[in-house]
Design a protein around this ligand. Structure first.
Ligand code: SAH
Ligand code: SF4
Length: 361
């Protein structure tokens, strides 16, 4: 079986070249061709000798997930639906803004963590993506956005905020991020790669020690009782432990703050009192807060907070000294907004039904 070069980091590419009896610098050369130039054809690698190109064609391949759908929203947001086999599809979303372009990448097909307001969580868990499937999203987007060897970089930032919990697929996510950071590949700085987690405490510590990048934490509630309900992994790693892990992370992080994400759910977590509680809770942690208006999906059982409620919540945090932003909802008309990435959701977990049955008894 041939090796997919797309998913190999610098060290692994060197080892692969050594296995062919080639000098280690060939690894860098391959890295540049695959990721920098974005080629998938060994014949195009003009500074590689012909015999080596032929051997590469026999032993290796450069294969990204197949594009099933490619849609662009009215606001320029572009979404790729990608086939990852056995009926599983994942999504990558490009968000253009003035002066920067952000690609939102998936790490798993589905997600096992079952956050109550997330459509990916409703699908249940299918499988971890391979490193090639993760970095393949950036590779494909770069090519689709017309980046040649000399073109300007359309993608300046990557956020691991698509489908799945990145820290639950730790090794493959780290390999893919190493490729993002590699100067011969995408050369992104650690500050421009953000990993978002629902709060897997051991994973946060491991990330700090292996591949520190900017960190976003999905908090969504200021007390354990509510967070247990919204983000069930909180029962295992409660808020106090999560915040302690954030402080440890900051000792080695490329940025001197953590971003806390907070989805705004009407009548659930959006009161002024809850904002005050959040401000008290976060006081010891250098952070920014990003409020995310809830993006509805069929049978979610939740409603988005009103713009007034979001503004009131933001004001309380701002007055308490927190830099607080409200995420602009992008790409809604192509279901590319946060938490909508599953498209037509099949409620495999049947959580709502279970909940309703429990309520009825
Ligand atoms: N699993 C990781 C990263 C993917 S989710 C995590 O949970 O952090 C990326 C962000 O989208 C998280 O903050 C998540 O809570 C949020 N999100 C999920 N469903 C949403 C929805 N329906 N509306 C708005 N944001 C949502
Ligand atoms: Fe998984 Fe994140 Fe969705 Fe929770 S919010 S179910 S962790 S993808």
């Amino acid at each position: 079986m041939s090796v997919n070069l797309l998913g190999l980091n610098g060290r692994e590419l060197q080892a692969f070249c050594a296995g062919l009896g080639e000098k280690p610098y060939r690894g860098k050369q391959l890295m540049r061709w695959v990721h920098h130039a974005g080629v998938d054809d060994f014949g195009a690698m003009t500074d590689v000798s012909k015999p080596l190109r032929e051997r590469l064609a026999q032993t290796a391949a450069i294969v990204a997930p197949k594009v099933l759908r490619d849609a662009t929203a009215a606001d320029g947001t572009r979404k790729w639906l990608l086939d990852v086999g056995t009926g599983n599809a994942i999504e990558a979303v490009f968000i253009p803004e003035t002066g920067r372009g952000t690609l939102c990448i998936s790490s798993q097909a589905g997600c096992a963590l079952e956050c109550s307001f997330c459509s990916t969580g409703r699908q249940g868990f299918n499988r971890n993506l391979t490193a090639a499937e993760i970095i393949g999203q950036l590779w494909l987007a770069n090519r689709a956005l017309g980046r040649g060897v000399t073109a300007e970089r359309p993608i300046t930032n990557v956020v691991m905020m698509g489908m799945g919990e990145p820290l639950a697929n730790f090794d493959n996510v780290v390999t893919a991020m190493q490729i993002m950071l590699d100067d011969s590949a995408y050369g992104l700085s650690r500050r421009r790669v953000t990993l978002s987690t629902s709060g897997l405490v051991p994973g946060i510590d491991r990330l700090r020690d292996t591949c520190p990048v900017a960190l976003a934490v999905s908090l969504h509630a200021a007390d354990d009782k509510l967070r247990d309900e919204l983000v069930p992994i909180n029962r295992k790693y409660p808020i106090r432990e999560l915040l302690a892990a954030c402080l440890r992370y900051l000792e080695k992080a490329p940025r001197d703050f953590v971003t806390f994400e907070y989805v705004m759910l009407e009548g659930v977590n959006d009161s002024v009192e809850q904002a005050r509680q959040l401000a008290r809770l976060l006081k010891p942690v250098p952070c920014k807060v990003n409020l995310i208006p809830f993006n509805p999906f069929p049978n979610s059982g939740y409603t988005r907070s009103s713009p007034e409620a979001i503004a009131r919540f933001r004001d309380v945090l701002a007055q308490a000294g927190f830099t607080t932003t409200t995420r602009k909802t992008r790409g809604e008309d192509i279901e590319a907004a946060c938490g909508q990435l599953a498209g037509q959701v099949q409620d495999k977990t049947r959580r709502r039904q279970r909940r309703m049955e429990t309520a009825a008894t």
